[in-house]
Design a protein around this ligand. Structure first.
Ligand SMILES: *[C@@H]1O[C@H](CO)[C@@H](O)[C@H](O)[C@H]1NC(C)=O
Ligand SMILES: *[C@@H]1O[C@H](CO)[C@@H](O)[C@H](O)[C@H]1NC(C)=O
Ligand SMILES: *[C@@H]1O[C@H](CO)[C@@H](O)[C@H](O)[C@H]1NC(C)=O
Ligand SMILES: [Cu+2]
Length: 612
């Protein structure tokens, strides 16, 4: 039966429109957030194609509101006539409650219908953007397939002699906390709490276990690893002994191949790397380092060549910072996007901004907020929002104390993000990719556009000259780590109308205000005619869903067949622990189509066989 369904995929192409349901509730342990009966801390991946439409129905059975953000995915920006036909501009699908949509309240249901832009491709993730929910399990990878990715990978595989038979493996990295996150947050919001919550452990593919096995199949010539940092707060390090990783993607941007042995990922970042099979089939040790306040939680896992009767790899202790190629700074000159150019300088000084951020533990802050807070140019993120935060800013900005930062529309924008205190933070911009024009190391200080004599400004000028004279293109992505007492200058095209968050991705820091709202070309949106739908009451009885992400409905609206995704091989850990969630996605597609056509097909096959 599955074979039959696969045949249908091959014959008629993948559908272009999916209906999907997220049934969100809490596990009986009161701790983990359950998604469609799945209680893992990292949920199964979603697999989409560029240009594909996804209609996501969110049903909230939690005891608090929720909302789902697709991290890094660029959505289609419908304009003009398309808008008139009810299509939605990108910003309405961004999933940020209080800004682009209403929160999905308790016992409420909400359709989040999005269309992945045609230029989006690579490795992303979905996660709750409400309070500190995602670390309790409301998160999972999103893979967007496209021809350009496949072509680039094929070219790189050829250049490096990797062969043709690829095995894909998603690897998610995260930190882990032993207490419920609301409880941690409540404690963190007490007047005398300033330091970050204590990290109690780490997760490799959603599990705390050490020595998890990634099995390399006999016919695999090279691995395609999609590595994601889906942590609440901390930088993750990934290394495979005696194997080179060839980076081909940074946060959804294809890059010229870069070979290295150790990857460092800021919270929210993703990489795709290609790894050639070891010619001697030597099992190798995988090292995962989860950064915490002092040092790393270090665990070993195994890259196991099949057939192999032993999982023995070196178990000696390892120092993360001594791993070959280890670095804690962003390699903004190393990862060069293909098919991109340096964006032009902003046309006017009005499109250059600097944001100074720091944590304040002063008595005045504590008096006003009853705890320490993060400020960006003197404001907390809450100041950008309506006090009744359930009302999206897009509809009404009337009660916000701070107006969004207006970056205009159409041109390029430079933003200097300045860390005033000594902490490192991962900054993420919604709705865009940015080029990292310049980034400082700890101690380089802030960059202010009116102070060209600063160390930071000198570094920025030098970097800008370098890009212009070398013709090279800076690293482009949606998330970067900015060192303490330092700066980064990001440049992006203001081409997506709406309100977008620019914020620290540490969940704890978000609730303490570390972020701003950017306004872009709002005047080009027909705000009066945009329908920002409010979630409705759940009317249907709670359905029983599979633990996997289950399709409600899938239809092929396209007459031009698109190539089907290659069914991916299963990667088994030991008998009890299947690490990989990947096969679920192909299964998911198959199930959807299967339901639609299998009856028909069965009858046809039956008739055919009878007729022979
Ligand atoms: C979203 O998609 C669902 C299912 O296809 C449809 O019933 C609903 O009307 C759509 N909502 C919007 C706002 O487009
Ligand atoms: C949500 O629904 C559950 C189950 O029907 C009910 O027990 C609970 O009181 C409802 N909560 C709210 C806020 O409506
Ligand atoms: C703004 O404040 C007024 C007065 O408190 C209130 O009536 C109104 O609902 C608020 N508007 C929004 C969008 O929160
Ligand atoms: Cu932070």
């Amino acid at each position: 039966m599955l074979i039959e369904a696969l045949w249908i995929v091959l014959l008629f192409g993948v559908s272009q429109c999916k209906d999907l349901k997220f049934d969100i509730s809490r596990h009986e342990d009161g701790r983990t957030i359950r998604l469609n009966e799945n209680d893992d801390l990292i949920k199964p991946p979603l697999r989409l194609r560029n240009g594909e439409q996804l209609n996501l129905q969110i049903e909230n059975h939690l005891d608090q509101p929720t909302a789902i953000h697709f991290h890094g995915l660029l959505l289609e920006n419908f304009v003009g006539e398309e808008l008139a036909t009810g299509k939605q501009p990108a910003v309405l699908g961004d999933g940020v409650p209080g800004i682009s949509q209403y929160e999905v309240g308790v016992n409420r249901s909400y359709w989040q219908n999005i269309t992945v832009s045609k230029t989006t491709c690579g490795t992303f993730w979905y996660h709750s953007h409400y309070a500190v929910q995602y670390g309790e399990g409301l998160r999972g990878p999103v893979i967007v397939d496209c021809d350009q990715f496949d072509n680039h990978e094929r070219d790189v595989a050829k250049e490096f002699g990797l062969g043709a038979h690829v095995q894909e493996q998603i690897i998610t990295l995260s930190d882990w906390y032993k207490y419920p996150h609301d409880f941690i947050m409540d404690a963190f919001l007490q007047p005398n709490k300033g330091a970050d919550p204590h990290v109690d452990g780490s997760l490799f593919n959603g599990k705390q276990d050490e020595n998890q096995v990634i099995q390399v199949d006999p016919d695999t010539e090279y691995l395609r690893l999609r590595i994601l940092n889906m942590a609440n707060s901390n930088t993750q390090v990934f290394h495979i002994a005696n194997h080179k990783m060839i980076v081909i993607e940074t946060d959804g941007i294809l890059v010229k191949p870069v070979e290295l042995s150790t990857l460092t990922l800021a919270t929210g970042q993703r990489y795709t790397v290609l790894v050639k099979r070891d010619e001697n089939n030597q099992n190798a040790r995988i090292i995962h380092g989860c950064n915490k306040m002092m040092g790393y939680i270090t665990k070993s896992h195994v890259l196991q060549y099949y057939p192999s009767f032993s999982t023995a790899v070196s178990s000696s202790s390892v120092s993360i910072s001594r791993l070959p190629d280890f670095t804690s700074i962003e390699l903004y000159k190393k990862y060069e996007p293909i098919d991109w150019m340096l964006l032009p300088d902003p046309e006017s000084n009005d499109q250059k901004f600097s944001l100074d951020y720091e944590q304040s533990t002063s008595a005045a802050t504590k008096q006003k907020y009853h705890t320490s807070m993060f400020f960006v140019n003197g404001d907390t993120m809450g100041e950008f929002m309506n006090p009744a935060s359930a009302v999206p800013l897009l509809i009404s900005m009337e009660n916000a104390t701070k107006k969004p930062i207006n970056v205009g529309f159409g041109g390029t924008v430079d933003i200097a993000i300045n860390s005033i205190d000594h902490m490192r933070h991962p900054w993420h911009l919604h709705g865009h990719h940015f080029q990292v024009i310049s980034i400082g190391e700890s101690g380089d200080g802030p960059l202010h556009w009116d102070n060209p004599s600063s160390r930071a400004y000198a570094k920025y000028s030098e970097d800008l000259t370098y890009w212009k004279s070398s013709g090279r293109v800076p690293m482009t992505r949606d998330t970067i780590n900015i060192a303490g007492s330092s700066f980064a200058v990001i440049r992006f095209q203001a081409d997506s109308p709406g309100l977008w968050l620019l914020h620290c991705h540490v969940d704890w820091h978000m609730v303490k205000g570390l972020g701003v709202v950017i306004q872009e070309g709002l005047e080009t949106l027909p705000l009066d005619s945009l329908v920002i739908r409010e979630p409705t009451n759940i009317v249907t009885p709670k359905p029983k869903l599979n633990p996997d992400i289950e399709l409600l409905h899938e239809e092929s609206i396209s007459s031009t067949p698109t190539p089907p995704p290659t069914p991916l091989p299963t990667v088994q850990a030991d008998a009890d622990h299947a690490i990989n969630t990947q096969p679920e996605t192909s299964k998911l597609k198959v199930i959807g189509i299967y339901c639609a056509v299998v009856v028909f097909l069965d009858i046809m096959l039956y008739k055919y066989m009878l007729s022979r």
